[in-house]
Design a protein around this ligand. Structure first.
Ligand SMILES: Cc1ncc(C[n+]2csc(CCOP(=O)(O)OP(=O)(O)O)c2C)c(N)n1
Ligand SMILES: [Mg+2]
Length: 545
C-alpha cells in the first residue's frame, strides 16, 4: 500500500469522518478511496478553522484533520494553525512536503521547521515505512495532555512509495490525569474557607465534559461562576449563580464580584493575560486547577495549584468539599444570588435601550438581542469574530447548554468565525450554527461562503455591516479624517447570492426578526444564509475600569 493510502487508512481507524483540505495532497484522494468525505475549501485558513471547530464542539472526541500541499499550501496555512495553537485546539495537520531531494533546501518552505512554534508536535517523515509510527505519535499527542495542533509533513515522493506489508496501527488512547490528593485537600479547604469565592471556568471544562461537576461544586459552595471566552457555556448563564462570561466586555455583576472576591478558583483555564479576557485583579488569593503545569504561576501568581483533568479534579474536590460541608450548602445562596440579581438588573437596565433600540442604521445590540430571542439558544452553536461584534455579543448572549458558544481570542484573526460555524455544522448537522462578524472580518474569509453552499454546510452568517472598521475609529482619527482609512464597502447580501447561498440585506428594525426566520428556514432547506444588517458605527461597550 502507498504511504498516502496508509495515512488514509489510519485516519479511518482513528474515527475521522471527513478530511478537510486543499489540493494537491495525495492523502485527499486516498481518503476519498476509503470513504472519508473530502471537503475542499477556497483557502487553507478556513479549512483549518473548520477542523478546529470539529474538535472544539466534540470536546476532542473527534479530531479535525486538514491536508494541504507543500509550498504555497503550507505557507498559506500558517494563520489557521497559529490560531488553533493560540486557543489550544487539538487538530491534526497533514502537509505535503517538497520531494526529498529538495526538502530542507532554501527557499523551499519546510513545515517541520516553520511550524515548530505553533504546534505541540511536528514531525517530518522521510521513509514510507515510518508513516504508521509518525501517525501513532501524532494522534497520541493530539489526544493527550494540553490540546494543541500536531503536524506530520510527508514529502510528495514519500507519499507515492510503498509501505512494506505487515504495518500495523491501533487507535491511540485518550488518557486522563488526576490531581495529587494532597493538593486537592488544600484547595478544598481554601474553597470552603473563602468568604467571597468566585469560580472561573475555562475550556478545560468543555474538553473534560465536566459541566455537571462544575455546577454541583458551585451549588454546593453557593459560589458565583464566570468563564473565560473559551469556557463560555460551561456553566448555564441563566443560572442564578452565573456572572456571565469574561472577555473584553463583561457584565457589571462579573466586574463587581471579581473586585470583591477573596479567593478566585480557576478550573480548566490558563489565566493567560489577554486583551480579550477579563483582567484578573491583583492582590487576590488564587487557586488554579489546570491540565498543563506550564500555565501555573505564569501570568497570575497562585497560592494553591492542582494539575489534572478538569473532570477528575472536580470529582475529587466535590468529595472533599461535601465532606467538609457535611453534604450540604451552608445557606449563603440567597444572599449571593440576590446580589447577583441586583447588579444584573442594574446592568440590564442600562443596556436595555441599546438592546431594543428602534433607530436606523440599526443598533448592533438590537440585532443580536433579537437574534437571541428568535433562535432556539439551547440548540444553537454561535461564535463571534474579532472586532466590535465580539464585544457586542459575548456579554449579552446567554448560553444555557454546554458547547453552544465557541468563544475565542488568545489571538484574534479576523475571519475565523466563518470556518468555526462551518466546522460546528459538520459535527452537529442538527444544530443551527451561526457566526457573527463585521464587514472587515468578511474580507478575510468571505469567499468560503461558497464552500458552505457547494459542500452543503447550511450555516447562518450574521454580518453587521457598518461600512467601517469601527473598532479602529478611536485609534485612527487622522487617517480616517484625511484619507478615510477606516472606511470599507460592499454589498454582502448580493455577494452571498452570487456564491449560491441565501442573502438578504436588512435595514429596518421591524424586519430583523422576520429576516432571521426566513434565513433559518433556508438553512433547514440546506442553503447557507447570510443576513447583512446595516448597522451604526457603535463604539460603546460594556467595559469597566
Ligand atoms: C488578521 C487580523 N488583522 C488585524 C486585526 C485587527 N483588527 C481587529 S478588529 C479590526 C476591524 C474590525 O472591523 P469590523 O469587522 O468591520 O468590525 P466593526 O468594529 O466595524 O464592528 C481590526 C483591523 C485582526 N484582529 N485580525
Ligand atoms: Mg465594520
Amino acid at each position: 500500500m502507498k504511504a498516502a493510502s496508509v495515512v488514509a487508512n489510519i485516519l479511518k481507524r482513528e474515527g475521522v469522518e471527513f478530511l478537510i483540505g486543499y489540493p494537491v495532497n495525495q492523502i485527499i484522494e486516498a481518503a476519498a478511496e476509503v470513504d472519508i468525505r473530502t471537503i475542499i475549501v477556497r483557502q487553507e485558513r478556513t479549512g483549518l478553522h473548520m477542523a478546529d471547530a470539529v474538535s472544539r464542539v466534540t470536546s476532542g472526541d473527534r479530531i479535525g484533520v486538514f491536508a494541504m500541499q507543500h509550498g504555497p499550501g503550507t505557507e498559506n496555512s500558517f494563520g489557521g494553525v497559529a490560531q488553533a495553537f493560540g486557543d489550544s485546539v487539538p487538530i491534526v495537520v497533514l502537509p505535503g512536503g517538497y520531494p526529498r531531494k529538495l526538502l530542507n533546501i532554501t527557499p523551499n518552505f519546510s513545515s517541520f521547521l516553520n511550524y515548530q512554534h505553533v504546534t505541540k508536535w511536528a514531525e517530518q517523515v522521510v521513509l514510507p515505512e515510518s508513516v504508521p509510527d509518525a501517525m501513532r505519535r501524532a494522534f497520541t499527542q493530539v489526544k493527550n495532555g494540553r490540546p494543541r495542533p500536531v503536524l506530520v509533513e510527508i514529502p510528495v515522493d514519500v507519499m507515492r512509495e510503498e509501505v512494506p506489508d505487515g504495518w500495523q496501527y491501533k487507535p491511540t488512547p485518550k488518557l486522563r490525569v488526576a490531581p495529587d490528593p494532597k493538593s486537592v485537600s488544600e484547595v478544598a479547604a481554601a474553597l470552603v474557607g473563602a468568604e467571597r469565592l468566585v469560580i472561573y471556568a475555562g475550556q478545560g471544562v468543555h474538553y473534560a465534559k465536566a459541566w455537571k461537576q462544575l455546577r454541583e461544586l458551585a451549588e454546593l459552595l453557593e459560589a458565583p461562576v464566570t468563564t473565560s471566552l473559551q469556557g463560555k457555556s460551561a456553566f448555564p448563564e441563566s443560572h442564578p449563580l452565573s456572572l456571565g462570561s469574561g472577555g473584553r466586555s463583561i457584565s457589571k455583576q462579573l466586574h463587581q464580584f471579581l473586585k470583591d472576591a477573596d479567593l478566585i478558583f480557576g478550573i480548566g483555564c490558563s489565566f493567560a493575560t489577554t486583551n480579550y479576557g477579563v483582567t484578573m485583579p491583583k492582590g487576590k488569593r488564587y487557586a488554579h486547577a489546570t491540565l498543563d503545569p506550564l500555565d501555573i504561576n505564569k501570568d497570575v501568581p497562585v497560592e494553591l495549584a492542582l494539575a489534572g483533568d478538569a473532570a477528575l479534579t472536580l470529582d475529587a474536590l466535590l468529595l472533599e468539599v461535601r465532606d467538609r460541608l457535611k453534604g450540604k450548602p451552608r445557606g449563603r445562596g440567597p444572599a449571593v444570588t440576590a446580589e447577583i440579581k441586583r447588579l444584573k438588573d442594574e446592568w440590564m437596565a442600562e443596556w436595555m435601550p441599546r438592546l431594543t433600540q428602534k433607530t436606523t442604521p440599526l443598533s448592533p445590540y438590537r440585532v443580536l438581542w433579537d437574534l437571541m430571542h428568535t433562535v432556539d439558544v439551547a440548540n444553537t452553536i454561535i461564535t463571534h469574530d474579532a472586532g466590535s461584534p465580539r464585544d457586542q455579543i459575548s456579554p449579552f448572549w446567554e448560553c444555557t447548554t454546554p458547547l453552544s458558544y465557541i468563544g475565542w481570542g488568545k489571538t484574534t484573526q479576523l475571519g475565523y468565525g466563518l470556518g468555526l460555524a462551518m466546522g460546528a455544522k459538520l459535527a452537529h448537522p442538527d444544530k443551527l450554527c451561526i457566526n457573527v462578524w463585521g464587514d472587515a472580518a468578511i474580507g478575510f474569509t468571505g469567499m468560503d461562503f461558497e464552500t458552505a453552499a457547494r459542500e452543503r454546510i447550511p450555516i447562518l452568517t450574521v454580518l453587521l455591516n457598518n461600512f467601517s472598521m469601527a473598532i479602529e475609529l478611536k485609534v485612527m482619527k487622522a487617517a480616517t479624517e484625511k484619507y478615510r482609512s477606516t472606511d470599507i464597502s460592499g454589498n454582502y447580501a448580493d455577494f452571498a447570492k452570487a456564491l449560491g447561498g441565501w442573502g438578504e440585506r436588512v435595514t429596518q428594525p421591524d424586519d430583523i426578526v422576520p429576516a432571521i426566520k426566513r434565513a433559518m428556514a433556508k438553512t433547514r432547506e440546506g442553503t447557507p444564509a447570510l443576513l447583512e444588517f446595516i448597522t451604526e458605527k457603535a463604539e460603546d461597550f460594556s467595559i469597566f475600569g
